[in-house]
Design a protein around this ligand. Sequence first.
Ligand SMILES: N[C@@H](CCSC[C@H]1O[C@@H](n2cnc3c(=O)[nH]cnc32)[C@H](O)[C@@H]1O)C(=O)O
Ligand SMILES: [Zn+2]
Length: 432
Amino acid sequence: MADIIIKNAYVLTMDPDKGDIESGVVVIEDGIITEVGSSTESTAEKIIDAREGVVMPGLVNTHCHAGMTLFRGYADDMPLKEWLEDHIWPAEAQAGDEDIYGGTLVACLEMIRSGTTAFADMYIHMDMVAQAVEESGMRAALSYGMLDFGDTEKADAELKKGTEFVREWNGKADGRITTMYGPHAPNTCSRDFLIRVKEQAVRDNAGIHIHVLETEAELDHMKENFGMCSIHFLKDIDFWGPDVLAAHCVWLSDGDIRILAEHKVNISHNVISNMKLASGIAPVAKLLSAGANVTLGTDGCASNNNLDMFEEMKTAALLQKVSTMDPTVLPASQVLEMATVNGAKALSINSGMLKEGYNADIIIVDMKQPHLSPAYDIASHMVYAANGKDVKTTIVNGKILMEDHEITCLDEQSILERMKRISKNLVSRINS
Ligand SMILES: N[C@@H](CCSC[C@H]1O[C@@H](n2cnc3c(=O)[nH]cnc32)[C@H](O)[C@@H]1O)C(=O)O
Ligand SMILES: [Zn+2]
């Protein structure tokens, strides 16, 4: 007896061996997809009739600071350096466990509602982030964000905290939580610190999540201090590999692109954050044609300002077309891969496809709506017409977290009430 059968759906499998199934079924048992096809002999505890719906893999957000929902709209319309140093960092210094716990729960609600089933996070108070993820039912690759600014005492303290977190939480929440090392960026972490982090990550068989070349200022800083850009600098210390998830990668030369592709680095393209902070336009079309694993991320809510991965997909497709003056780059099918298959690969999770043996991380999109009619090409609609509000059901690890737009895993009202209270108190502490 299976747990759930989803039937009468248009099944967007993202599996090259199976393609799309006009009217199909997906069978789920013990958190795993056991059947994908046009019919099944199985029976199940629960049947979901997904008539007029698209069933597809949940979206994977490969770069986030989930707790930054606390700072949504807190500091807009300024460049990264001012934003981070004059507003965000002083504000974060006032944030406590309860603030980050509450902010992360709001982020989980927002992601579940908009079809994200897994995300990669790099933040602070990570025990609270992990606790919120455990309660939400979501899947996440979590890292404590570390920076030392060349201060060896801070380096030791940060690496200790990062290591404790990696070892404490990896595999928790029924395997939904994995952990990574999170050195903030090449211009905020010293060379020695980055070498130590890489050694520790190899020792723990853990991935590394890092910001790279988001701004031209970082490129200038690295050239002035090391006579080379971040990509060559990190290559020099044997940093690169398929265990690395590099967010942004905006200011790249063609040689940098080749290095990233050759070392099978996972890249998280954060198009809306890059546009909002006027950081630049990442050479995504070139990275993809060089064979790099390019994925999509939202960054935090203070530089987006939401976590809607459907918006991220559409914006990524459109910006590359206009910036290259080539409407054929980043076709819908490729952008969908970035947000599912590629994202799952970057986080080393067995999701991103509706395929037997894969995690049952699945969303159902309601197609019975004017802006999704008619439905000639489903992939096109998912990228160019749909948005996060069209997701009506979200399943992670075979558990229904939202059904027909009703959140079933968390008490949404109390989470939103808590956010009102903690954000008010936080801002008054910041301003006192
Ligand atoms: N342990 C560190 C905290 C690092 S967490 C990750 C950091 O990345 C910051 N962050 C958020 N968005 C961005 C971005 O777009 N670029 C660079 N840093 C960001 C975020 O505000 C947070 O301070 C410390 O002592 O400050
Ligand atoms: Zn970031």
